[in-house]
Design a protein around this ligand. Sequence first.
Ligand code: SAH
Length: 365
Amino acid sequence: MNLDLPVAPLPADQASELAPLIAGLSREQLAAWCSEHGHPAYRADQVRKWIFGKRVTSFDDMHDLPAELRRQLAAGFRLLGTQIARHQVAKDRTEKLLLRLDDGEHLECVLMREPDRATVCISTQVGCAMGCVFCASGLMGVKRNLTVGEILEQILHLDRLLALDERITNVVVMGMGEPLANLRNLFPALETLNEKGGMGLGARRITVSTVGLPEKMAELADADVPWHLAVSLHAPNDELRTQIVPVNKNIGIDAILKAADAYFEKTGRRVTYEYVLLSSINDGPEQARELAQLLHGRNAHVNLIPMNAVAPLEIHGSSAPRTEEFVHVLNERGINATVRKRKGADIDAACGQLRLQHEHASPTV
Ligand code: SAH
């Protein structure tokens, strides 16, 4: 099907004159703003309920607010200020948005449906600095961190694609970028996702995926909220991992596992290890045995990820039999492992790929 839906024309660049995205304000910040503008602080809760719980698309639709407050809000902020530049719908009803930001940069976010859940995958940076060799997002380096508002507007846009009887049940921070390299903006965004007055999603329904930055993992553990942590391992030894994930050179698997163990101890949340299976690179039975040894005795789960093809790359995903054998070797050795289901294969290409195509197609960027 691959429906590429028509979207509204994009406004001209006026980044410097644009009002802030209201989604980026914490409850406290919005309450302070309400007080400064002559309204009781509880109005902030009402406003947030409209934004995060009721899918309104304009301040005017916030019926239970005084007209004056609605006018002031519209003058001071934007709701859905990021623009949908492209909207794709796959056969399995996975939907992908390319959002255009005020400075002309783009990000991607995805909505994945299962019978009993709707998971959204969101980005935290424009591009990525980690340079993993099989990943589209890292091909052009990192441009900048996303703001709190830009992180949360992805959820607002995707939530508004759902039917009335559907709701977002899970969030995975696995889109473009390294989330732990943008903790300053990730923390407030996660808080809003978690808060009752925000999206009201339990911490267990929110997964943060990292390339493995030990100091930042410790900061995440210190936050004392048991987010589900996923670590992108991709190899059972440092020599191979450094080839696949170049930043590993200065970090090393040992430090990552220690930080993950500490995360588990502090939060009680079992850590997931992600492992993208790359044909003839990291997918042999000997590597599965080495991985089993590495994780032996740890309360860990291995999520094996079929590689999404990335157009300019020569690297390919593993075959089904090779994948099955890998799982078998792990399971045989008592390591809990599953293979991630592929979603939206016909629109997908890997996350970051749409932006990549877009950048290549538009000489102005
Ligand atoms: N930087 C973070 C989060 C973003 S990537 C991290 O490294 O975890 C989220 C997951 O998607 C990671 O496990 C990453 O390795 C994986 N990924 C990246 N490119 C992929 C591709 N082409 N196919 C399958 N998975 C990919």
